[in-house]
Write a protein that binds this ligand. Structure first.
Ligand SMILES: Cc1cc2nc3c(=O)[nH]c(=O)nc-3n(C[C@H](O)[C@H](O)[C@H](O)COP(=O)(O)O)c2cc1C
Length: 333
């Protein structure tokens, strides 16, 4: 017995679980561990300072797993944007066959990757963006609900609605569910809503192989679902962050700033300080992102233990669901 979904078939994976791109977390150690466990591990391109560093990281990951893995390429607004085309070219040259794209104006990069035969999972938080991505020919949508870590978008639509809309309105283009998933019950629920699998970020941070400080993993285990906050809404760049001292300061300034200038809050939401949190384990050193799913994460398993557990829970849940609907003498269906 095993999973047989459009995602497992297209990506050549055993368990329909993707580890989403994560800045300063998505290194070879984690991606290889997820792929070795039967899911799809993903390297995060922009954790590498240059395209050449990404090439080295891809080769390092290949040395750690024989299974398929992907690369995330996130296109975010920046004063001096990274050379996305050069990152995409390295991905192509290194023979990567699966890419998770996310962010603004992904057209040029998606076209470049598609022309090289790469399978694209595009992550988006609205059906409108999903439809634009369908026009670009992406292979899977990764539908990121309001529960998710990181950029939640500006519309605050949770996955129960978004996934239903995806099933109704994406013309049969396959999609996976992202945001709020941590276990096999969630995977079974996503499959029931029409998804072909799930994408998880925060859950994979709290695994043995995630290359971040143990204290961050413990903070996730000890947190509740109410311990995240939305910042930067004022600048239409809303991010869900772990609610620590710096996040609270940033929120206060966002509310109280009379100038409304982003520069007022910028020092508080610095990515550099967030990166330090993962290295030094001081969870109040800077802002870092986590999803509401922190409320249902209670341990720090290996990726292998986690995916085995997810498979077992999903299988049991699907069997139970089937047993809830039986043929009866009156049944007309
Ligand atoms: C620490 C962290 C960093 C992330 N960085 C990125 C990123 O650089 N690009 C991206 O597309 N998504 C990023 N994400 C979002 C994840 O890929 C995924 O979509 C999200 O975590 C799903 O929600 P969940 O955390 O509830 O599972 C990040 C998530 C976390 C937790």
């Amino acid at each position: 017995m095993g999973f047989d979904t459009a995602l497992t078939r297209a990506l050549g994976i055993r368990v329909p679980v993707v580890q989403g791109g994560m800045q300063w977390v998505g290194y070879a150690e984690l991606a290889a561990a997820v792929s070795n466990a039967g899911g799809l591990g993903i390297l995060t391109a922009l954790t590498q300072p240059t395209p050449e560093d990404l090439r080295k990281e891809i080769r390092r990951c290949r040395g750690m797993t024989k299974n398929p893995f992907g690369v995330n390429l996130t296109l975010l607004p920046a004063l001096v944007p990274p050379d996305y085309g050069a990152y995409a070219q390295v991905i192509i040259d290194e023979g990567i066959k699966i890419v998770e794209t996310a962010g603004n104006n992904p057209g040029p990069v998606i076209r470049q990757l598609k022309a090289a035969g790469v399978t694209i999972l595009h992550k988006c938080t609205t059906i409108r963006h999903a439809k634009s991505a369908v026009k670009l020919g992406v292979d899977f949508l990764s539908i990121d609900g309001f529960e998710c870590a990181g950029h939640v978008g500006e519309h605050d639509i949770t996955n129960v609605i978004l996934l239903n809309r995806a099933r109704q309105d994406l013309g049969g283009v396959p999609f996976i569910a992202s945001g709020g998933f941590a276990d096999g019950y969630g995977l079974a629920a996503a499959l029931a809503l029409g998804a072909e699998g799930i994408n998880m970020g925060t859950r994979f941070m709290s695994t043995v192989e995630a290359p971040i400080h143990q204290k961050v993993k413990e903070a996730i285990v000890n947190a509740e679902e109410t311990d995240t906050a939305l910042v930067l809404r004022r600048w239409k760049n809303t991010s869900r962050l772990f609610s620590n001292e710096v996040t609270k300061q940033a929120l206060k300034i966002e509310k109280e700033s009379t100038s409304g200038e982003f520069s007022d809050v910028a020092p508080y939401v610095s990515g550099k300080r967030g990166r330090e949190v993962f290295l030094n384990g001081d969870i109040n050193f800077g802002v870092w992102t986590a999803g509401q799913v922190i409320g249902v994460i209670h341990d720090i398993p290996t990726c292998g233990e986690l995916l085995t557990r997810i498979e077992k829970e999903a299988a049991e849940t699907l069997t139970r669901s089937q047993s809830l609907y039986k043929a009866t003498p009156q049944s007309k269906l």
